[in-house]
Design a protein. Structure first.
Length: 294
């Protein structure tokens, strides 16, 4: 945050709101130091943000506005959020996929963005329970067929079947049975929420169970989550951070959180970063030793 004492109220409040979203909460005494303003000024700013429904005031500070842990937004609503971060994460995650491999792509808009990055990876086998992800590959194959140019090495897509959720993900006993019978090299998984305490979580109980089967089926688990997912605890947890091999996130994740994540996850990939956690040039990937340095 800036130390400029002459910040306009609107600028201060925008900075406060950004800090609340990034960190999952702020304290009044921290804000007074960072903004170089009085305690009263910070409290007025928090009051204004609370009246606008942007934050929820708590004793000594503010936290993001809470919604029911079982609330599940639809695919279109989620698609409009953090679009640039999702694209960066998708590009970085695509680097984890080798030609000829078998990958699982679970539901979610960030995994959907990854699917579009994998169209030119030859000879993939893609297992998915996402209607939207399957459509990405089917549409590309139909377009190639329409101009009589079959895609050489086009992906083989295995769609699990199941009951469709608001996020266009297939879940339930049919999906679970299909996934239990398969083994994949890498699972790419989106999440509704992620935290040290609750691990990976989703508002949908059936989706949580299907995701558990996905995690068990994979040799390597890669989670794709932008920084706004951090600190959110949805209704049902389906995996601990210790179950994750790679976390791919964006540059909005603070240095403190990167260090915290590195204690639990073997590999942290920060999409779009030009510097590694140790301060040296990096393509966006930090190993645990580097990341722990902050």
């Amino acid at each position: 945050m800036s130390d400029n004492q002459n910040l306009l109220a609107e600028q201060r409040r925008a900075l406060i709101l950004d800090e609340v979203r990034r960190r999952g909460g702020v304290r009044v005494n921290e804000l007074t130091r960072r903004l170089s303003v009085s305690d009263m000024t910070v409290r007025r700013d928090l009051d204004a943000l609370a009246r606008q429904g942007m934050v929820e005031k708590v004793h000594g500070g503010a936290v993001p506005v809470s919604e029911p842990s079982s609330h599940e937004p639809g695919f279109e609503a989620k698609s409009a959020l953090e679009t640039s971060a999702k694209e960066e994460i998708a590009v970085a995650a695509a680097g984890l996929v080798a030609p000829g491999g078998t990958v699982a792509l679970a539901g979610g808009t960030t995994v959907f963005a990854l699917a579009q990055q994998l169209l030119d990876v030859p000879d993939l086998t893609v297992v998915t329970n996402s209607v939207r992800v399957a459509e990405v590959f089917y549409t590309a194959q139909r377009a190639a067929a329409a101009v009589a140019r079959p895609r050489v090495g086009a992906a083989t897509v295995v769609l699990t079947g199941g009951v469709r959720t608001p996020s266009d993900t297939l879940v339930g006993p049919v999906a679970d049975a299909a996934i239990r019978s398969l083994h994949v090299d890498v699972l790419f998984l989106g999440v509704h929420g992620i935290s040290v305490e609750a691990g990976l979580s989703t508002p949908n109980l059936a989706e949580a169970e299907t995701n558990r089967h996905f995690v068990r089926s994979a040799r390597k688990v890669a989670v794709l989550a932008d920084h706004t997912k951090w600190g959110i605890r949805a209704f049902s947890s389906f995996a601990a951070l210790a179950d994750v091999d790679v976390l791919v996130t964006d540059g909005g994740l603070t240095a403190e959180l990167r260090a915290e994540v590195s204690q639990a996850v073997p590999e942290l990939v920060v999409a779009g970063d030009e510097e590694g956690a140790d301060g040296t040039a990096s393509p966006g990937r930090a190993n645990p030793a580097d990341t722990a340095a902050g």
